[in-house]
Unconditional design. Structure first.
Length: 351
């Protein structure tokens, strides 16, 4: 049947020979009507080319079955794996995703509550905005900050444990001077990592200096140049993320410094290229994919069933690779392990 302009639910009900209420139940998959009636209504809607006004239905139900994911940008391996985890959960449910990397989208979608709930990993969104919006009808899961607000649920990584493992490892390797390259100043994770680093350095009697970075490779490269120019190359450098560690590694290597023979290096996040670098980069690992899965699953369970969201820390662990083995004996053991692996498999061992 050709499409007719202005077809309404009344037309569908008349065409199917049912009441408007029965047509509404069939089209919205609600109410107690027989399957035969439901199928007759759906067939009539198809024949009339009738499409319910989804926006009006959402207003009535006050549900959109959509989750907003607010991140700083699409670029980089870090966010990609989180989004993969969120998407893996969403495709198993009736929920759609809106991923918002721009401040304009945040203003429009978040503040106007055009989604049922939000997963936030965007430091550009003010705490005041999230505090005002969080409610039982609009829960917010945050991956980048801690606020004591009802229906605001921080799901954070265990930065403290990760940093403590790094410092224990470096001290065991014999490091007595360790520099720290800090990330963005407005980052919750960066603050935790930096403060824990300083506490652990003091506890172990390690001398240190903090250099300011910005979580990107360029800032890590600049921090490396600053250390070289200041003749402040320590026993090891700990970077608040892997991107900065990659930049710092390049600066050191361009100026003839060998890693780890002259200076050890550790990053954080354990991105997929970390074991592929030369030398392979020691880094703190946390499954970003599982992080995304847990955030999405808990938020949807809360929206659908009212299940409490558990604000637990995502576990972290240090993955030791060659870049941090400043002890000659450790390097020899690693080289022997790699040589054995090479002989056994015919390929280079990346870890």
């Amino acid at each position: 049947m050709a499409k007719k302009d202005g077809v309404t639910i009344k037309d569908v009900a008349r065409h199917a020979g049912v009441s408007i209420a029965a047509a509404s139940y069939a089209l919205n998959d609600t109410g107690t009507i027989s399957d035969a009636t439901r199928q007759r209504v759906l067939k009539a809607a198809e024949e009339l080319n009738y499409h319910p006004n989804a926006f009006a239905r959402h207003l009535k139900k006050r549900k959109t079955h959509t989750i907003g994911v607010f991140i700083t940008g699409f670029g980089g391996l870090f966010f990609e794996q989180i989004l993969d985890g969120i998407h893996a959960v969403a495709v198993e449910t009736q929920y759609d995703l809106i991923v918002c990397p721009s401040s304009r989208a945040v203003s429009k979608i978040l503040t106007q509550r055009q989604v049922d709930g939000a997963i936030v990993f965007d430091t550009r969104i003010p705490n005041e905005t999230l505090t005002r919006l969080a409610s039982q009808r609009f829960p917010i899961v945050a991956l980048d900050r801690f606020l004591k607000v009802d229906y605001f649920f921080p799901l954070l990584m265990d930065n403290v444990n990760g940093v403590r493992q790094v410092m224990a490892h470096l001290v065991e390797q014999g490091a007595r001077r360790v520099n720290f390259v800090s990330g963005a100043g407005d980052s919750f994770d960066n603050r935790e990592r930096m403060l824990t680093f300083m506490e652990e350095a003091d506890k172990h009697g390690v001398q240190y200096r903090v250099y300011q970075g910005d979580f990107n490779e360029k800032s890590g490269y600049q921090a490396g140049l600053e250390m070289i120019q200041a003749q402040d190359v320590p026993d090891a450098v700990f970077c608040a993320n892997d991107q900065m560690a990659i930049g710092l590694m390049r600066a050191f290597q361009e100026h003839g410094l060998r890693i780890p023979e002259d200076v050890g290096l550790v990053g954080f996040d354990d991105i997929v290229v970390a074991p592929l670098l030369t030398p392979p980069l020691s880094s703190v690992n946390m499954s970003r994919y599982q992080w995304g899965i847990r955030a999405a699953r808990q938020l949807i369970d809360f929206l659908e069933e009212g299940k409490p969201i558990t604000c637990q820390r995502m576990p972290t662990r240090l993955v030791v690779r060659r870049s941090s083995l400043i002890s000659p004996s450790s390097r020899l053991k690693q080289e022997h392990h790699e040589s054995t692996a090479d002989h056994r498999t015919g390929t280079e061992s990346l870890d």
